[in-house]
Write a protein that binds this ligand. Sequence first.
Ligand code: SAM
Ligand code: SF4
Length: 329
Amino acid sequence: MQDPYGRTITYLRVSVTDRCDFRCVYCMAEDMTFLPKAEVLSLEELDRVASAFVAKGVRKLRLTGGEPLVRKNVMSLVRSLSRHLESGALDELTLTTNGSQLAKYAPELVEAGVRRVNVSVDTLDPDKFVAITRWGDLAKVLDGIAAAKAAGLRIKINTVALRGVNDDEIADLIAWCGRDGHDLTFIETMPMGDIDGDRTQHYMPLSLVRARIAQNWTLVDSDHRTGGPARYVTLKESGQRLGFITPLTHNFCESCNRVRLTCTGTLYMCLGQNDAADLRAPLRADPSGRLLDAAIDEAIGRKPKGHDFVIDRRRTAPAVPRHMSVTGG
Ligand code: SAM
Ligand code: SF4
């Protein structure tokens, strides 16, 4: 699949649910209204759509959400998708999780061929963890991460940089990941969906995170790439690699290889744009899959060149009205 700008699409992210057992302040409002169940694709339908993308050349699938591991029976989807790993059609099946259910699912994930997971951890302070996630329990997440490591999963920690919240913990988070052998990537907040507070208040450009790190370590730019938007540095003193995802201060669109499917079967060709394609109607209208294939081709044919995210104090509305939990980040 090639888009109009010559980019080959090899990566599909699938939000399997918009629901979550946390209410992170930068991601959701506390009293979120979730989609009625009838609008959500069944696990079999999600498998059909994801498999159609694999047949068209997608080599990497990431399940996300919402919290993917709170979707009922999600492991049956993981197990059925793993047939594409066995056939060699897929290089990687992975997920992004808040870690709350990892202790329960880690061994099954490994059995299904999952090798790496991304876990979101913004703080190692239990009280701050509650302040950020509203409903989360840090101890449970850390247990989940330990269980995942014990089961043989590689772990990448994703940390959203929040000024005045976790900027004093950057060195601790780096040291923790260094000790436990986790990769670590810092992310800037993106203006997606209404939340209860003011996002600009805690927005922290990653140039500031880098400056903080430079107080303790020497950062060496690395040409390591994972096919994603992260840029990497190596810490000279420890050899540790750190990633930075800077959608606002740095444009990563020119190498974009991905599209995103919501749990209702809407395909977003860009995280930062509103244009989308409905795949649910063609999926349901035609069991042969031909209409679905045509709808996918048509959608890829209008993947936009890039996003226009701006976090701007003068603008109160988010740049993109949907929440990150709809498209999964
Ligand atoms: N629930 C899972 C989790 O938290 O990892 C998966 C879904 S969550 C939407 C995926 C990632 O998006 C998380 O790392 C989260 O911190 C990040 N995220 C959510 N809202 C964001 C925002 N407005 N700006 C930047 N990152 C955001
Ligand atoms: Fe849930 Fe993940 Fe959003 Fe937090 S960031 S509310 S864990 S979907």
